[in-house]
Ligand binder design. Structure first.
Ligand code: NAD
Length: 507
């Protein structure tokens, strides 16, 4: 059952590297199986690229940068206009690849692609975004203006849980602003990412502008250390993100790391009960809880604590099964290792004294007996200090914590180190506004359980969920992927030529 073991069959397809505009077979001796988590079928093998292959990808991006940085804004934008069209035309195929290798349901896989598509659309409007500023006559006859110039070779390192959306957060914005890119997708599900890269080349991205290397720790470290990479955008766990940040920033790189989470939702007793229960069940158990913005803790305030049986009943209506089956709500966990970890944490929750109100372990899924399925699991009476509260479970497990009032609930959330997302359910504008003002979390939902912003804003996790400055897409990322150059200029004609040397600092 261990997906990290390498298939010995030679018939299995191999995932290629993308270097200099060519999809090439890796020369590595280290490979990993990509496994369908509903069936354990080996779909393909992914290489762990060699140092020479990483160097070749960076060199090709470095060479391509010389011309790409001077390509007209309109020409860059039109590639992404074409790419959004190609993604729409191939949506069904992209979702099917994603579901096969990652497990989420087909409609949710389309959602994964669609949220990335929105960033591609935003990239196509780059002409409105990468604009400098100008101040006329900052001194007599002197103007100052800014140029937002691309950095050079940038890199992206992505997690398994959104293998379409998160690569699309990265390479379109980096490339459309004039940079070239080296992408390192998740080794667990790189196939949909590679299909998107094929479409990107078909849309007109020139050779060397987008490169892909596969691998794990060694390849990530090679990216962190590479002298020719100027910036890294990382999305993944807190442990790995912290390592990437600490290793790459001393080399002078810009680094932004979007990391792990423990997202709390406050349920006030005046909330619309049906809406709230539906939202909680969808946000906690959807994608089998494998979303960085999943609600993993609900803080029940006062009389809302009486809703536990209704929440359990709602969770029991969800259908568990392979993501390809119609009507399924919850697919399998991505790997056998994830399955063991989530089951282990449920055991720890019981041992720590939480009340297991709904046990989702070992559900029956006819036809998919080998799949990594865990059903919706609800723990009541959870407290800080229990492993199920302190750790990011990344499975379909909802912890319920009781609070007497909104002050206690806000205090609990602000005491948690993570700052990715949060939500409140209430019909009181005053309570909602109080929450919005006092909560110390980067992304806040008011009767919205997963408040991930659309690309005209940016993803804005904070505190332990984020290292580095500026968000990964949207307006903020334009500044991340460009260097602001300030030009101060004076032009002389015969009437303005000054006479004599000025040794003061004035203009
Ligand atoms: P992960 O940290 O295990 O992997 C992320 C990337 O790092 C992958 O490309 C992987 O190959 C690489 N990696 C893994 N181990 C490494 C090591 N020891 N050294 C160097 N590189 C290594 O994360 P994951 O399990 O793929 O994804 C789930 C995590 O990502 C969760 O914690 C989730 O909250 C987080 N996430 C955060 C966001 C966000 O925007 N904040 C979005 C999605 C996922």
């Amino acid at each position: 059952m261990d997906a990290t073991t390498t298939s010995t069959t030679t018939q299995v397809a191999t995932v290629k590297l993308l270097i200099g505009g060519q999809f090439v077979e890796s020369k590595t001796t280290e490979w990993r199986d990509i496994v369908n988590p509903a069936t354990q079928e080996v779909l393909a093998r992914v290489p762990f690229a060699t140092q020479a292959e990483v160097d070749a990808a960076v060199a090709s991006a470095q060479e391509a940068f010389k011309t790409w940085k001077k390509t007209a804004i309109g020409a860059r934008a039109r590639i992404f206009l074409k790419l959004q069209q190609l993604i729409r035309e191939n949506m069904g195929e992209l979702a099917a690849i994603l579901t096969a290798e990652q497990g989420k349901t087909l409609p949710d896989a389309e959602g994964d692609v669609f949220r990335g598509l929105e960033v591609v659309e935003h990239a196509a409007s780059i002409g409105n975004l990468q604009l400098g500023e100008m101040a006329n006559n900052v001194a007599s006859g002197v103007d100052t203006y800014t140029l937002l110039q691309p950095l050079g070779v940038c890199a992206g390192i992505t997690p398994f849980n959104f293998p379409a959306m998160i690569p699309l957060w990265m390479f379109p914005m980096a490339i459309v602003t004039g940079n070239t890119f080296v992408l390192k997708p998740s080794e667990q599900d790189p196939m949909v990412t590679m299909r998107l890269c094929e479409l990107a080349l078909e849309a007109g991205i020139p050779p060397g502008v987008l490169n892909v290397v596969h691998g794990g720790e060694a390849v990530v470290n090679a990216i962190c250390d590479h002298k020719d990479i100027k910036a890294i955008s990382f999305v993944g766990s807190t442990k790995v993100g912290t390592h990437v940040y600490n290793r790459a920033t001393p080399t002078g790189k810009r680094v932004q790391c979007m990391m792990g989470a423990k997202n709390h939702a406050i349920v006030m007793p005046d909330a619309n009960k049906e809406q709230t229960l539906n939202a909680l069940a969808g946000a906690s158990f959807g994608a089998a809880g494998q979303r960085c913005m999943a609600v993993s803790v609900a803080v029940l305030v006062g009389d809302a604590q009486k809703w536990v049986p209704d929440l359990v009943a709602k969770a029991q209506t969800l259908k568990i099964g392979a993501g390809t089956e119609k009507g399924v709500d919850i697919g399998p966990l991505v790997s056998c290792a994830a399955y063991d970890r989530v089951n282990g944490l449920i055991e720890r929750g019981v041992a720590d004294g939480a009340t297991l109100a709904l046990d989702g372990r070992k559900p029956t899924v006819p036809g998919y007996e080998k799949g990594n399925f865990v059903g919706p699991t609800v723990f009541a009476d959870v407290k800080p200090g229990m492993s199920i509260y302190d750790q990011e479970i990344f499975g379909p497990v909802l912890s319920l914590v009781n609070a007497d009032n909104i002050d206690e609930a806000i205090e609990l959330i602000n005491a948690n180190p993570n700052g990715n997302g949060t939500a409140i359910f209430t019909q009181s504008g005053a309570a909602a506004r109080r929450f919005q003002e006092d909560i110390d979390i980067g992304q806040v939902g008011i009767n919205v359980p997963i408040p991930v912003p659309v690309p005209m804003f940016s993803f804005t996790g904070s505190r332990a969920s984020k290292l580095g400055d500026l968000g990964p897409y949207g307006k903020q990322v334009i500044l991340f992927y460009t260097q602001t150059k300030t030009v101060t200029s004076r032009w002389f004609d015969d009437s303005t030529v000054s006479h004599g040397v000025n040794t003061t600092i004035s203009l």
